[in-house]
Structures are given as C-alpha cells and as structure tokens.
Design a protein around this ligand. Structure first.
Ligand SMILES: Cc1ncc(COP(=O)(O)O)c(C=O)c1O
Length: 433
C-alpha cells in the first residue's frame, strides 16, 4: 500500500487463488476480493465457502474489471438528481447487511415496532395511529390506501394536478370506484374552494385524495386547507406524502387527515422496497368498513397482522433494516435541520440556475424543498443534456407528459450537501456555458 501510495485498505482489491488468501483479505478489510479458479464446483467450492465477492476463471478477469472495477465502468456511483430512489449514507447501506431474519420471530416484531414508533414520531402523531408496512414501491402504499378509503356505493374525490393524482384516479377506476375529479394545471395548486364546491355538489363522496408534493413539477398542494374543508363535512382525507414526508411541513394531528402513504427511499433516506400507510383511529375504522378489493393491498389484513406485531406477507427485510437506520439518522439530525438542509440545497440550485437563465416553472411560493422543473437550456434536447451531465457524474430526470420535450427536472432527495449541489450547478454551467 505504501509503495502504491494507497492510504485506505478499502481501496485495495485482492486476487486470490486459495481460500486462506480470501480470508486474509477479509480480515484486512479489502474493498474487493476476486477469487480465481478453473471451471467446476470441486475447484470453486472452497473459494465460495470462504466468501470471495466473485469466483471466475483467470481469463475472465479483464472483462470483470471493465464492468465492475475500472474507473471508466458504465455502472458506477453517481449523484442522483432524480426524485428517488435517493442517495443514501454509508451507514444506511451498511444496515442492510443485518442478520437473516424470519418475520414470524420476535426479533422481526421488535424492528417493525420500533420503525412504527419512529415513523409516528417523524409524522408528529400519537400512538393511536397505526402503520401498515408493505413490501413494495411507493405505489403499493398508494394503491392500498386508495382501495381502502371508500365504502361500497360511495365516491372518491381526487385532486389532479400531476401524474400522481392521475395515478390515484386510475387505481380507483380500475377497482370500480367512482371518481370525482378536481383538476388544476400541473403548475397550479389545487384550490380548497374547488374541493369544497365538489364536496357540496356530491354528498356521496366518502374520501378526498390529494398529493402533498406533486413530484411532476415540484409543486406543493395546500393539503391542510383541503383537509379543513373535508373535515367540516365529515369526509376522510387520504394524502400521498411519498415525496414529502421528512422534508416538507405536514401537520397530521387533528387536521382531518386520516391516511398518509409514503415510502422508505425518498426524503426519509432509506433504500427502496418498504412502503407504508400511517392511519388515524378514524382511518382504521374506515378500513374495517371497506370490503377488500385485492388480496395483497388489503389494509385491514395489515392492521390485523400489526396487532400481532407482524405483517401478512414476506416483508422486504433489508429495506426495513435500511429504514430503521435512516430514521435513526433523521432523529439524530432532527427534522428541523433536514428541512433547512433541503431548503438550502434548492436555494443553491435556484440561484445558480437563474445565473444560467433558467427559472423553475412553479411559482416560488408553491415550490417544494426538493424538486424543480426547469425549461431545457436553449439548443438542448433532454437526452443530450442528460448524457453530458451523466458523464460528469450527475443524473438529472426527464419532464413528464407534454413537458417531456421542453423541460427537465432537478431533484435533491437524500444524503447530499449544499456543496454537492453546487458541484452539480458548476457541471451544468460547464455543459451549457
Ligand atoms: C408523489 C408520488 N407518488 C407516488 C410515487 C410512486 O412511487 P414509486 O415509484 O416508489 O412507486 C412517486 C414517485 O416518485 C411520487 O413522487
């Protein structure tokens, strides 16, 4: 290491032909251990048991190095400026290496319980709220929430000003739930007065659905004011907080909001695979009154299992480990600090892109702390911009729908610093400058 000028043993890769060399490399903490052996289980088994990262024939090494280890490999760590999965800390990455675990054992129940307690804490609600933890992406939580919110013969009011409002309407309609739409453009927040008018015109509406943060354009909807209108009329409110929980202000206690869907891998900084619905006591009673429309997304089954400290189906245990660690990280950091950091990162983006003549499409007062939709720089199509930024280590995200040809998105979710965002804005300036 001294001869090569390498300080960190994790940067050392070892080629090993004997199990003892694999074990020595593990003990030293080397970053990669490649075992070389001829074809055939007899030659390879001792190296597999010793747990090399990979066992290959010597002549395969050049191809493996190109794909997995070389500085120019296609698949390498980059800064993700897409709206999730987000960049997570080393600590969260390490957490997924927890022990193999059976979800019918008390050790799993203890983890599930403590994740629930931490999520309720982050959400600012009491122990009377329930949590349904699903193995799936955010849409699994969204789908289960939408399908469990409306009683037979009643309607769902859907606030629609982006693709995620549209998605909720599609979920409901596919399951035969009648939808009343309250639309707005994807740059305009939903008007609470329009929700109130629709509720008054349709007394058979059983629940209101609204996306807190429409990731389509980085637009915040006035969920509290919408919930107030629904609450006045005794109508339950279900919120998609998938890209907002942990980063945006969301009051839940006694606000008329009864169900909140979210996921581990956006503003909470866990890895993908665990999604959840937080449910108030009134929401829990509603779920009991809605006959299940599917097997997997039946929230009543999750609530019944939760009472027994478990889940109905095989959980995404590594994702739960990651969420547990990510919530510890959040509580140590504090929610207030996380929100400030998110705001500071996006302030840097707004400031530096304004210097390049790019202004976010959503008006400043309606912008979130983590997503921006910008017009494409003059003379650029999305693919060219994306590829040139990717070469520099940054992954930006395409616009959606009609805006796909003329816009791009910059999202700052996850474990990133303000300086990291400034690295991105400097790279963008270099590309378009
Ligand atoms: C507001 C919102 N709802 C729902 C989803 C869907 O989440 P997933 O892709 O994890 O299923 C997303 C994803 O970005 C989102 O931003």
């Amino acid at each position: 290491m001294a001869y090569a000028g390498v300080q960190d043993v994790r940067k050392v890769g070892v080629l090993a032909a004997h199990p003892d060399s694999v074990l020595a490399a593990q003990r030293a903490g080397c970053g990669a251990i490649v075992a070389l052996a001829d074809e055939g289980v007899a030659a390879r088994w001792p190296l597999i048991v010793a747990q090399a990262d990979v066992v290959i024939a010597p002549e395969e090494f050049a191809a493996l190095d190109k794909e997995r280890y070389s500085a120019t490999r296609a698949h390498r760590q980059r800064v993700l400026l897409n709206p999730g999965p987000s960049v997570v800390s080393d600590r969260v990455h390490r957490a997924i290496g927890g022990p193999d675990l059976c979800h019918r054992e008390p050790e799993y129940s203890d983890i599930l319980e403590r994740v629930r307690a931490k999520l309720l804490d982050v959400a600012g609600v009491g122990d009377d709220w329930a949590m349904a933890m699903l193995a799936g992406s955010g849409t699994s939580a969204l789908e289960s929430m939408v399908l469990s919110s409306v009683r037979p013969g009643k309607k769902l009011l859907v606030c629609r000003n982006g693709v995620y409002g549209d998605r909720a309407a599609k979920i409901a309609e596919r399951a035969g739930v009648e939808v009343v739409n309250v639309p707005a453009s994807d740059l305009t927040p939903i008007d609470p007065a329009a929700v109130a008018a629709a509720l008054d015109a349709n007394p058979d509406i059983d629940a209101v659905f609204v996306v807190h943060h429409e990731t389509t354009t980085g637009l915040l909807n006035p969920v509290q004011a919408i919930a107030k209108e629904a609450d006045k009329r005794g109508v339950l409110v279900a919120v998609d907080a998938i890209s907002s929980l942990g980063a945006e202000d969301l009051e839940l206690r006694d606000t008329g909001i009864d169900m909140v869907a979210s996921t581990s891998n956006k503003c909470l900084h866990g890895l993908p695979g665990a999604a959840f619905v937080l449910i108030s006591p009134r929401g829990q009673r509603r779920i009991e009154e809605v006959p299940p429309k599917t097997l997997y997304f039946d929230l009543a089954a999750y609530l019944a299992a939760q009472k027994k400290r478990t889940v109905p189906f095989t959980p995404a245990i590594p994702a739960l480990y990651s969420l547990d660690a990510a919530l510890d990280e959040l509580m140590e950091e504090t929610l207030a600090h996380r929100k400030e950091l998110y705001a500071a990162r996006m302030d840097a983006v707004d400031r530096d892109l304004a210097g390049l003549g790019l202004t976010a499409r959503v008006a400043p007062e309606h912008r979130s702390r983590c997503v921006r939709s910008f017009p494409l720089p003059e003379g650029y199509d999305y693919d060219t911009l994306h590829d040139q930024l990717k070469d520099r280590g940054y992954i930006v995200y395409a616009g959606l729908g009609d805006a796909a040809k003329t816009t791009f998105r910059v999202c700052a979710l996850g474990s990133m610093t303000v300086e990291g965002m400034e690295g991105f804005t400097a790279a963008l300036a270099e590309v378009v400058g």
